[in-house]
Design a protein around this ligand. Structure first.
Ligand SMILES: [Zn+2]
Length: 246
């Protein structure tokens, strides 16, 4: 397919116009015009780029791309090396941040809801979701369920009831949205990362907090997006998981 078709399709499919984001959503670095093979991954780090070169991909599709609002605009050091890798290999870089967290069918938050078999899912204004377990379970069992589902031991900061049913969650570095989860009376709030203050907020507001990993909670959306594109446009797509303990 043509790069232009892919960019146009994803802009529409992920409704990028609806999000105010910290980085550009869409084509970030332009490469060849024809795309037959895409590599997907969470972050456009050097290891992902090198693997994409090895696999002779025409495009890389990620959740965390480049050109964040907070970063300096100079293209030097590791950033120069990354961009050079793309340009020398005529490889496109496409990145979708918040639109991929929020997509109702295959976004990170939608996929986590499915992974934990949550029901009656309601979007809380913003990106946080609220759902319910089919039946209430001891918090210990739920922590184990989340750990097993993501293949890593999650960090549990206790504060809520012994038995839980109402779960709020938001992928990535969304620990500060714990306040929304409290307002919506969730028993548990799950995000990727954690701050020092999260411990105290959980204890004092009567909610459990689970730090389940930024990378771990954001693998599913980009992987599903690649599978969706492969099926819809009959192109080759490989998900490459560059391990990250955070
Ligand atoms: Zn993220």
């Amino acid at each position: 397919m043509l790069r232009s078709e892919l960019v146009e399709y994803l802009a529409d499919f992920l409704a990028i116009e609806q999000y105010k984001d910290y980085a550009p959503n869409g084509l970030q670095v332009e490469g060849k015009a024809e795309i037959k093979h895409i590599v997907t991954g969470v972050t456009a780090c050097q290891a992902l780029l090198d693997k994409a070169v090895e696999l002779q991909a025409d495009a890389i599709l990620v959740h965390h791309g480049y050109f964040w609002k907070s970063e300096s605009p100079e293209i030097t050091g590791f950033k120069q090396k990354r961009i050079k890798t793309l340009l020398v290999n005529d490889m496109n870089l496409l990145a979708y941040h918040l639109p991929l967290d929020g997509h109702f069918e295959l976004g990170n938050n939608a996929m986590l809801g499915k992974l934990w078999a949550l029901e009656d899912i309601t979007p809380i204004p913003g990106l946080v979701r609220l759902g319910r377990l089919a039946k209430a379970v001891p918090i210990k069992n739920f922590v184990e369920q989340v750990s097993n589902s993501l293949n890593r031991q999650v960090l549990h900061l206790p504060g809520g009831p012994d038995v839980v049913q109402t779960i709020a969650w938001c992928s990535g570095g969304a620990q500060n949205y714990i306040n929304q989860a409290i307002d919506w009376r969730a028993d548990v709030y799950i995000s990727g990362e954690v701050s020092e203050q999260t411990t105290h907020i959980a204890r004092e507001a009567g909610i459990h907090y689970l730090a389940a990993g930024h990378h771990a909670t954001e693998r599913l959306g980009i992987k599903m997006l690649g599978e969706h594109l492969a099926e819809k446009f009959n192109i080759e797509c490989h998900f490459v998981d560059v391990k990250n303990p955070v």
